[in-house]
Design a protein around this ligand. Structure first.
Ligand code: NAD
Ligand code: MG
Length: 294
């Protein structure tokens, strides 16, 4: 029985200390450190020759996808905010140390012009683009709609929804049959929390966009799928994503009684990016520790 791992105990299952950082946060300063598969993910060439852009690829879920894609043989471009340079450099170092290619393109995806530039730069640096993971996201908990600022509403929708749509719109004309797009929605699209009115709405919009885009792009041979994570230990959660009183118990209300780690999502991003999922489009994969999405 020693080869079996108990999912309840596979990763850290304790409580979390309050450790606020200015958004979007730096993963390197978190404790415990999120596990993005740096020491564990092993590739087998599933994405050999592929060219991928991952927004928010410096940390958390995007970093887990970036490391896994690179180890599967893809060339990678990642985008992030300049504030996160330390995390981005670490990802680049990990990938290049293993003879992979990692391009860093910092900038703000709530800016339409940057999204246009990002796609252009990624295509010219990678020599094409056939995997797009518009994963960048922002989340700020707020208990009371009367204090939810217009600035926050606009920013949350701009980063999570409009940025994603601008990136997909700019990328699709350059993508060939066999290309794949993977969005990051959330358990919040299915079980919205009382303190995430703006964020939950953006994640529901991403879910609908994913399913609509899958229909529109199917004739082009471009597949579009989404991942719906549950509570995952990433910078998003400590720089405003969770209220102070909720952070200690983060993830404990799932069936598996702990938060997930980004590393636990990597295989699904790889699957949806690769030819193994050739008959899958318009699907949303739940990785929620057992929280229901249906
Ligand atoms: P994260 O903080 O590691 O990643 C989010 C990334 O978004 C940041 O690294 C940052 O580079 C990027 N970003 C934020 N604002 C940006 C902006 N204006 N311009 C450019 N980039 C910007 O946290 P994460 O949890 O890995 O988040 C990744 C995705 O997963 C997000 O879309 C988030 O909504 C989603 N998600 C996370 C959880 C969770 O529990 N952590 C659950 C469901 C969905
Ligand atoms: Mg980050």
């Amino acid at each position: 029985m020693s080869h079996l791992t108990n999912p309840l105990k596979k990763y850290y299952d304790g409580g979390y200390e309050w450790q606020p950082q200015k958004a979007p946060g730096v993963q390197a300063k978190m404790h415990p450190l999120p596990d993005c598969g740096e020491k564990t993910y092993r590739g087998t060439g599933k994405l050999k020759g592929r060219k991928a852009l991952i927004t928010g690829g410096d940390s958390g879920i995007g970093r887990a996808a970036a490391i896994a894609f690179a180890r599967e043989g893809a060339d990678i471009a990642i985008s992030y905010l300049p504030f996160e340079e330390e995390d981005a450099q670490e990802v680049k170092h990990i990938i290049e140390h293993e003879d992979g290619k990692a391009i860093l393109i910092p900038g703000d995806v709530s800016d339409e012009n940057f999204c246009k530039e990002l796609i252009k730069t990624a295509i010219s640096e990678l020599g094409g683009l056939d995997i797009l993971v518009p994963n960048a996201g922002t989340q700020t908990a707020n208990k009371d709609i009367t204090t939810l600022t217009t600035e926050q509403i606009l920013y949350t929708y701009s980063v999570n929804v409009f940025g994603m749509m601008w990136l997909v719109r700019e990328a699709v004309p350059h993508m060939h049959p066999g290309s794949t797009i993977i969005t990051t929605t959330s358990i919040q699209a299915y079980q919205p929390s009382e303190d995430l009115l703006d964020y939950a709405g953006t994640k529901a919009a991403i879910r609908a966009f994913t399913q609509a885009a899958a229909k529109q792009f199917a004739p082009k041979g471009i597949r579009v799928n989404g991942v719906a994570p549950g509570p995952i230990w990433t910078p998003l959660q400590i720089c405003g994503g969770q209220l102070k009183e909720k952070l200690p118990e983060f993830g404990q209300d799932t069936l598996l009684k702990r938060a997930g780690q980004p590393a636990e999502l990597a295989d699904v991003y790889v699957y949806l990016a690769s030819e193994a999922s050739s008959y899958v489009t318009g699907a949303i994969y739940a990785i929620t520790g057992g929280m229901l999405t249906a």
